[in-house]
Design a protein around this ligand. Structure first.
Ligand SMILES: Cc1nc2c(=O)[nH]c(=O)nc-2n(C[C@H](O)[C@H](O)[C@H](O)CO)c1C
Length: 198
């Protein structure tokens, strides 16, 4: 559970999470709702983080109210099995839950997002929602109000805050880093083709 204190254009976030807090050290990276943060202080029960203005601008951490549940993930070990996809904790923006459909054994969540972000979300590709690595199960394609869907199994619904999302809730989105590199390469290729570089 989280508590956010405003400090001018920045903030201090305190999160109660004994499972993650035990063994953590100042300077460690911990992901909170998919946002990579640095531990500045801790007890065995809770951890504190400084939140800079850029992080408040790019993520929805600033919307946390006292008592909100958050997803917590310590830094990935290099010597373990690697499930999911590469998630850096560098959030690209936010999306809004626009539709929630419950099936018998899973739940489909549809998120609306800006076209600038939607271009990096592909059918059967990977996306991190509040830091949870997920497979994209449907996309709108290039339309004025794009969306994508993920299908969540009971384990994900039970073990992450995605299980308690309601329509209208805002989440942090990290798109696949491969898609962002592909865009970057295409941008530079176009720049070279135009011949306006020196
Ligand atoms: C390691 C790390 N630590 C912090 C931190 O302690 N406080 C903070 O505000 N931002 C940190 N960041 C950068 C954020 O992860 C980044 O600003 C967001 O993911 C938005 O892209 C990072 C990467």
């Amino acid at each position: 559970m989280a508590r956010l204190e405003a400090r001018g254009d920045s903030a201090v976030l305190t999160v109660a999470g004994p499972h993650t807090a035990v063994g953590v050290r100042a300077g460690d990276s911990v992901c909170v709702n998919g946002v990579c943060l640095t531990v500045t202080g801790h007890t065995d029960e809770q951890m504190s983080f400084d939140i800079m203005a850029e992080t408040l601008e790019w993520t929805c951490l600033g919307q946390l109210v006292a008592g909100d549940e958050v997803n917590l993930e310590p830094a990935m070990r290099a010597d373990g099995r690697f499930g999911g996809h590469v998630v850096q904790g560098h959030v690209d923006g936010t999306a809004q839950l626009v539709r929630r459909a419950d099936a018998e054994h899973w739940r489909v969540l549809r998120f609306g997002l800006a076209p600038e972000l939607a271009q990096y979300v592909a059918m059967k590709g990977a996306v991190a929602v509040h830091g949870v690595s997920l497979t994209v199960s449907a996309v709108s394609g290039p339309v004025a109000e794009p969306w994508f869907e993920v299908s969540l199994i009971p384990t994900t619904l039970a073990n992450t805050v995605l299980g308690s999302l309601a329509t209208g809730d805002v989440v942090n989105i990290e798109t696949d880093v491969l898609a962002r590199y592909a865009q970057n390469l295409a941008d530079f290729a176009q720049y070279r083709t135009r011949g306006d570089h020196r």
